[in-house]
Design a protein around this ligand. Structure first.
Ligand code: AMP
Length: 468
């Protein structure tokens, strides 16, 4: 299939060519015809699948094909959780609408309200907004949503994570006259299912992949004691052929410290933290996107919505606290069907979380050992990462401790240390698929309970630290 066959306005088809899109992605193939027929759509698609064009092309098509109920009215509203995502969607509209006169205005906090009011006065057909600032403008009377025909709620699960659902519900009441609602989410927690139930009329569901990360990503775990993480990371960056690398840490402070350490060691690196001013954030993102920096260190929240297509590696310096966070982090690589690698440094306390991630992925993630790195006796060839309760220091399991089930007869057998080293050598030049293996026989905990358990333990280890 190509874009000519989707009955889109020729000006839009031409823009997809200029944007370099040759064929529609699976979510576009599924969603575009449904949205064009006027259906409400529930889109289950993770980041990097081309979902923005999947909803935006048919919206632009509608705006070109029909007249507004009131001249100058805002006809489409896209609500997004972060300013980066809002900005990206706005840029996508500019790109896809390049041969039209349709205007979009991005509305988010951290920017001058006055400048936004000026832009709103020019009668844009589309507004792309974060909930809080949009409601501010509604309160000030500078935006009128009564004639909105199509509403898009993008990354609805993130809006829930970030506490925006009450604002979203307020916005829903303001666009009560709309004709169509599209809701996109990478995951479907209960709150989003219930939002979809109460918001969408007779929706069609389109789904690409499942909750598991995109297939263009290969995953590997690097067992390492906490205190050796920075050294391992340095060696990893030296040994691995990378383009752009996105590194995730658990806290703002760890992001800053790690970026400083990498800079001292000669890397072009910048950090992105939740409490940076918008101009500084944009500078960091633009520097990373433009190639000034080859490494970006970020926390989960700070990195939301970053759209850089050629991130070759996502490195989880700290194991994410939830399975969804793992999916979102690794989804930053392997975008637009490029290949990417997601490496996770796994410390002693991360075992439960690893199991929860593997359960969702439906396969065991390969454990790797970095060739030539001095692990000082740390057993990286172990089939499972040991927890303090099942091992003495990190040496042999305590007497009587039960070995994890992944090594039981008929299940996955850990390769020998030599085998792991050989595999590591081979993997330095090519992407490798995760090893097919049966599910871990231990019942996986829900991502939330694992997150809570991990946080509790981490709290004991590091004291309180502020996640951004
Ligand atoms: P999204 O999932 O909307 O964030 O899109 C991820 C990236 O894929 C963006 O950089 C888009 O420009 C790109 N993209 C979207 N659709 C296509 C397509 N049909 N072919 C190639 N790239 C695309």
């Amino acid at each position: 299939m190509n874009f000519d066959q989707l009955s889109l306005d020729p000006r839009l088809v031409s823009a997809t060519r200029t944007a370099g899109y040759t064929t529609p992605t699976p979510i576009q193939e599924q969603a575009i015809p449904l949205v064009m027929q006027g259906h409400d759509v529930l889109g289950l698609a993770q980041t990097g699948t081309g979902k923005t064009a999947a909803f935006m092309l048919p919206i632009l098509n509608r705006l070109l094909a029909t007249k507004p109920a009131k001249p100058g009215a805002i006809r489409a509203l896209v609500v997004a959780p972060t300013r980066e995502l809002a900005e990206q969607i706005h840029q996508a509209i500019r790109q896809l609408g390049m041969n039209t006169r349709i205007r979009s205005v991005p509305i988010y906090g951290g920017m001058s309200k006055h400048a936004q009011v000026q832009q709103l006065r020019r009668n844009p057909e589309i507004v792309v907004a974060c909930p809080g600032r949009l409601l501010d403008h509604v309160g000030d009377g500078s935006v009128d949503l009564t004639h909105v025909e199509v509403l898009v709620l993008d990354e609805a699960d993130h809006m829930f994570d970030m506490g925006f659902l009450p604002d979203v519900r307020r916005i829903l009441r303001l666009v009560a006259n709309r004709q169509q609602t599209l809701l996109f989410s990478a995951t479907m927690p209960y709150e989003i299912r219930s939002l979809a139930d109460s918001t969408l009329k007779d929706p069609q569901t389109v789904q690409v992949g499942h909750r598991a990360p995109a297939e263009t990503i290969s995953h590997a775990l690097f067992p390492v004691p906490e205190r050796m993480k920075s050294k391992l990371l340095m060696s990893m960056l030296e040994q691995t052929e990378t383009r752009r690398v996105l590194i995730f840490t658990r806290t703002k402070r760890r992001a800053r410290d790690l970026a400083d350490m990498l800079e001292r060691n000669g890397h072009n690196v910048t950090a992105l933290q939740g409490n940076m001013a918008q101009a500084a954030r944009q500078k960091a993102i633009d520097g990373f996107r433009g190639g000034k920096y080859s490494i970006l260190v970020a926390t989960d929240i700070a990195a939301r919505g970053i759209d850089v297509t050629d991130i070759s590696h996502v490195i989880n310096y700290d194991m994410p606290d939830t399975v969804d966070a793992y999916t979102h982090r690794s989804g930053r690589t392997g975008r637009a069907y490029h290949n990417g690698e997601a490496f996770t440094l796994v410390a002693e306390l991360d075992e439960l979380q690893v199991r929860a991630v593997e359960k969702v992925m439906g396969e065991r993630i390969e454990r790797r050992r970095l060739d030539g790195f001095d692990y000082q006796g740390y057993p990286t060839d172990a089939p499972e990462i040991r927890t303090p309760s099942s091992s003495s220091r990190w040496g042999q399991p305590r007497r009587g401790a039960r070995r994890p089930s992944g090594n039981s007869a008929g299940g996955y057998r850990a390769p020998s240390a030599e085998g792991m080293a050989a595999a590591t050598n081979a993997q330095q030049t090519q992407h490798s698929a995760a090893r097919p293996a049966p599910h871990n026989a231990q019942p996986a905990q829900s991502s939330q309970s694992v997150a809570v358990a991990n946080q509790r333990r981490r709290g004991q280890r590091y004291g309180r630290s502020s996640a951004s």
